[in-house]
Design a protein around this ligand. Structure first.
Ligand SMILES: O=c1ccn([C@@H]2O[C@H](COP(=O)(O)OP(=O)(O)O[C@H]3O[C@H](CO)[C@@H](O)[C@H](O)[C@H]3O)[C@@H](O)[C@H]2O)c(=O)[nH]1
Ligand SMILES: O=C(O)[C@H](O)COP(=O)(O)O
Length: 349
């Protein structure tokens, strides 16, 4: 349940600027919606309203997700393709999996593409952001719904909830999922509200510091969001795990907060990564934030930031390991496709 009432502690003596920003965020949050507001059948009618019949692709980035991707694809297929004709395409982007992700996804009814096989004329990049950008390039739909492939409690309401505002409000171009995130420990104990460690320790403080208009996003790093194709094609995609923060900041600049919506999707459970892996993710997210601060002229970096992370094993040996935590960026897809088309027509003389 997303609380839009903003409890401001009475002893806080906020300056005019903070007060105005919080009022703006509160006003936006009052327009948050809930997935329960739309049935799939209602959305089919909305999709066809005014003879528009926009097409919808659900895109799942997947790296080694053989345990979960099949159930997610099968649920979308049964409930949103076969029961009602809402989703036109289920696309799984195989992100260099070493397990049977591609086979399982195809058997469940998805079209599967390998991220390096899409636009092969471009030098490959890596990580989740690359998988999403290649997914956008390969998908056919006018509306794109991204869903992580590691969800353990997936339901069709994730897709219908994200589509609701896009299909019913022409002013909305981007919809982000919000939810409660439990932390499920390896012994199966569920700690309510303790998930989303990078969100709480890195992304949220940074968003509130630098982009406070985005502070109302309950899950700024959520992998579940939907948008109009033409909007996604006009913004860059940061590679690796920088993609979600990069999109939020760039879409705020390109479209404004009022064109961005949030929908309560209930509870989300996923596969948790190790603390060390989350440390690397956090570093990628911090580098992404820095790149946006630089682009917005708010910081100046006389020399490139260090993009390695030295971590220590959390056991008695404490072995030191260095990782590359750099992120890169794909330019807006529309500009890349235009460049490729120009190069193609030049080649043809
Ligand atoms: O190189 C990669 C890495 C991940 N994934 C897929 O991306 C999804 C999310 O990745 P995951 O490793 O499960 O990320 P989380 O630990 O869940 O991280 C959270 O925070 C990230 C940073 O913002 C977001 O990208 C995620 O969507 C969000 O759930 C999953 O389907 C992965 O299989 C890829 O396709 N390629
Ligand atoms: O979004 C996040 O903060 C990361 O995915 C970590 O989530 P977790 O703490 O639930 O594993």
């Amino acid at each position: 349940m997303i609380d839009d009432e903003l409890q401001v502690y009475p002893h806080l003596d906020l300056d005019a600027s903070s007060t105005a920003t919080l009022a703006r965020v509160r006003e936006w949050m009052r327009r948050n919606r809930s997935a329960a507001e739309w049935t799939a059948a209602e959305l089919v009618a909305a999709k066809r309203a005014d003879g528009a019949d926009r097409t919808i692709s659900v895109v799942l980035p997947a790296r080694d997700e053989q345990e979960t991707v099949g159930d997610i694809v099968a649920t979308i297929r049964a409930e949103l393709v076969e029961a009602v004709p809402l989703v036109d395409e289920i696309l799984v982007v195989d992100s260099r999996s070493t397990d049977d992700t591609a086979k399982v996804a195809a058997a469940a009814g998805a079209r599967v593409v390998h991220q390096d096989a899409v636009l092969p004329e471009l030098p490959p990049m890596s990580g989740k952001g690359e998988a999403l950008w290649k997914g956008l390039a390969a998908a056919q739909g006018d509306l794109i719904v991204f869903i992580d492939a590691d969800l353990r409690n997936f339901g069709a309401h994730f897709v219908t909830g994200l589509l609701g505002p896009l299909l019913t409000d022409p002013g909305v171009v981007f919809v982000k999922g919000g939810y409660e995130r439990p932390l499920v420990t390896p012994d199966g104990v569920v700690h309510r509200g303790d998930g989303g460690r990078v969100t709480e320790l890195v992304a949220r403080p940074m968003i509130n510091l630098y982009w406070p208009e985005l502070a109302g996003f309950v899950q700024p790093l959520a992998g579940e969001y939907a948008a109009r194709r033409e909007v996604l094609e006009r913004v860059p995609f940061v590679t690796e795990y920088g993609v979600e923060l990069g999109l939020l900041i760039d879409l705020l600049e390109a479209a404004g907060l009022d064109a961005m919506a949030q929908v309560d999707l209930g509870v989300r459970e996923h596969r948790h990564q190790s603390t060390a892996a989350l440390g690397r993710m956090a570093a990628q997210i911090m580098l992404t934030a820095w790149s946006r601060l630089e682009r917005q002229g708010r910081v100046v970096t006389p020399e490139p930031l260090n993009a390695t992370l030295l971590q220590f094993d959390r056991d008695e040996r404490g072995r030191a390991r260095v990782s590359d935590v750099s992120v890169a960026e794909r330019p807006p897809l529309a500009s890349v496709l235009a460049d490729l088309a120009r190069a193609g027509s030049a080649d043809r003389g």
